[in-house]
Design a protein around this ligand. Structure first.
Ligand code: ZN
Ligand code: ZN
Length: 235
């Protein structure tokens, strides 16, 4: 999941039209969203009493409304995922309570069976219908809303931060490209570029071995030798 911070007064069609869930731009439409958030520590206020706690949470809660870009299918999967996420959580709590109750009654086989089935259903639901399909509101400040969204591409387009893991992955990929670029050699005379048949090739790619012209040359390190644009990931 990747983090984006959007101004509350900018949740509208001025945003880039890229689906927040899939990162696709084709067929994207604008959907009204009504996002809610309250600080997670506020849940503790429920302990002294349900009613005063609920009132305190209502006072601390913030809302953000506007329009956000989605592919129609992705938007529906998010909505379904949200509902199933809530149902799975309630179902898991019920399974825990029921199996604890049966355990006390001495029916430990039934207790274990219910606990295992409950956990399997819970995890299965999250994996199949929730993970990578929903948007999570991390925070709403007086001026901004902070969202956790599945698409790295959309996060970049919206000026957000991709998850640390994918940044690390890019660093590793870049290092491997630099290493392969060392193996790049000059193309033999008379050979032509694999992409531009009319242009003569200058290089032979250290990663894939194809011939490429100056226009196709991409440099993983500014002073070093190039790899072809395909291996660099720009074509
Ligand atoms: Zn190549
Ligand atoms: Zn070329």
């Amino acid at each position: 999941m990747h983090t984006v911070e959007l101004p509350l007064d900018g949740l509208d069609r001025r945003l880039p039209a890229i689906c927040l869930i899939t990162g696709e731009v084709a067929g994207v439409g604008w959907r009204r969203v009504d996002l809610g958030w309250y600080p997670s520590w506020a849940t503790w206020l429920l302990l002294p009493g349900l009613l005063p706690g609920a009132i305190a949470i209502a006072l601390l809660a913030r809302r953000a409304t506007g329009e956000l870009p989605f592919q129609p299918g992705a938007w529906w999967r998010w909505k379904v995922g949200q509902v199933l996420n809530a149902l799975a959580t309630v179902g898991w709590l019920a399974a825990v309570l029921f199996s604890f109750n049966r355990w006390l009654a001495g029916e430990w086989r039934l207790a274990c069976a219910v606990a295992v089935a409950g956990l399997a259903t819970f995890v299965g639901t999250l994996k199949l219908f929730v993970q990578g399909r929903i948007i999570v509101v991390l925070k709403i400040t007086p001026t901004h809303v902070v969202l956790s969204i599945p698409s790295e591409l959309a996060a970049r387009a919206l000026g957000g931060e991709p998850a640390v893991e994918s940044q690390r992955l890019r660093a590793v990929a870049m290092k491997a490209l630099r290493r392969d670029a060392l193996a790049t050699t000059g193309a033999p005379g008379g050979s032509s570029c694999a992409t531009h048949a009319q242009t003569s090739a200058t290089w032979c790619c250290g990663r894939c071995g194809s011939f490429f012209c100056e226009a196709c040359a991409e440099h993983p390190s500014p002073a070093g030798k190039p790899v072809c644009a395909k291996c660099f990931g720009v074509r």
